[in-house]
Design a protein around this ligand. Structure first.
Ligand code: HEC
Length: 237
């Protein structure tokens, strides 16, 4: 009986705690082999995020190669400052200043997809809503009282939660329209999420491709070893 109780505590309680503390995350479907999606994500990232957040472990030219762009294309489309294409994606804003402006310094986003996970990131990007009690007039469904402004508002517009009598959110009402429709904005959030997941582990696609070759090699080795073993043991039996 005691074992049963302990098993229950281990299995169920953490889940209950998580369920209580966490909001439901919508799953995001991204494809790291889709180079166009990554390119669109990169464009959004340099236009809307790189002013505050760096990705200091990523070099422009490496990124270009991985997502299917030449150095020239990267320079022309994804770089604004005087950096060279071999440099990392750093920012000019000193973090003491930004900490003063926003309450928290915007963190480097190189490995954010690994610490937060892709679903969280996507939900964060689509989670900004109007909240006049906050300094920037917005709050976030997965990051309560976030210190970041809704930097994509001109694309998304501004939405307000709609609640039912039990104070559960049942949907959104747009108080101002953006340049994109809700479906187009979701697609952009997916592209940006895909890009951040790529940045978090640039080697991922290569690693998977190598993995397949390794498995094939092991399979061939297995067949060879099997027949070799049969050959050796033939005389023993
Ligand atoms: C105007 C500056 C600014 C811009 C532009 C900006 N952010 Fe932020 N961001 C912040 C600040 C400040 C925080 C810290 C918020 C906090 O901790 O309350 C933050 C936090 C975040 C976090 C959460 C980090 C964590 O703690 O896990 C993510 C993810 C993020 N930003 C992604 C983005 C993306 C993607 C873009 C581009 C679409 C972007 N940000 C553009 C200022 C900015």
């Amino acid at each position: 009986m005691r074992k049963l109780i302990i098993a229950f505590v281990i299995a169920v309680l953490p889940g209950m705690a998580l369920a209580a503390g966490n909001v439901h995350l919508e799953k995001v479907d991204i494809d790291l082999n889709n180079k166009e999606s990554l390119q669109r994500g990169a464009k959004l990232f340099v236009n809307y995020c790189l002013s505050c957040h760096s990705a200091q472990y990523m070099r422009y030219n490496r990124m270009g190669r991985d997502i299917g762009l030449t150095d020239k294309q990267v320079e022309a489309n994804l770089m604004f400052a005087s950096e060279k294409v071999g440099e990392t994606m750093t920012i000019a804003m000193p973090s003491e200043k930004s900490a003063k402006w926003f309450g928290t310094a915007p963190p480097d986003l190189s490995v954010i997809s690994r610490s937060r996970g892709q679903d969280w990131l996507y939900n964060y990007l689509i989670g900004f809503y109007k909240d006049d009690s906050r300094p920037f007039g917005v709050n976030n469904t997965v990051f309560k009282d976030v210190g970041m402004p809704h930097v994509l508002w001109e694309l998304e517009g501004l939405k307000e939660p709609v609640y039912n009598e039990e104070h559960h959110r049942t949907g959104w009402k747009y108080v101002s329209k953006g340049k994109l429709s809700p479906a187009e904005f979701d697609a952009s959030a997916r592209d940006l999420t895909a890009f951040l997941v790529y940045v978090g582990e640039p080697i991922q696609q290569t690693r998977k491709a190598i993995g397949i070759w390794v498995l094939l090699f092991l399979f061939v080795l297995f067949v060879v070893s099997y027949y070799l073993k049969r050959e050796y043991w033939k005389d023993v039996h």
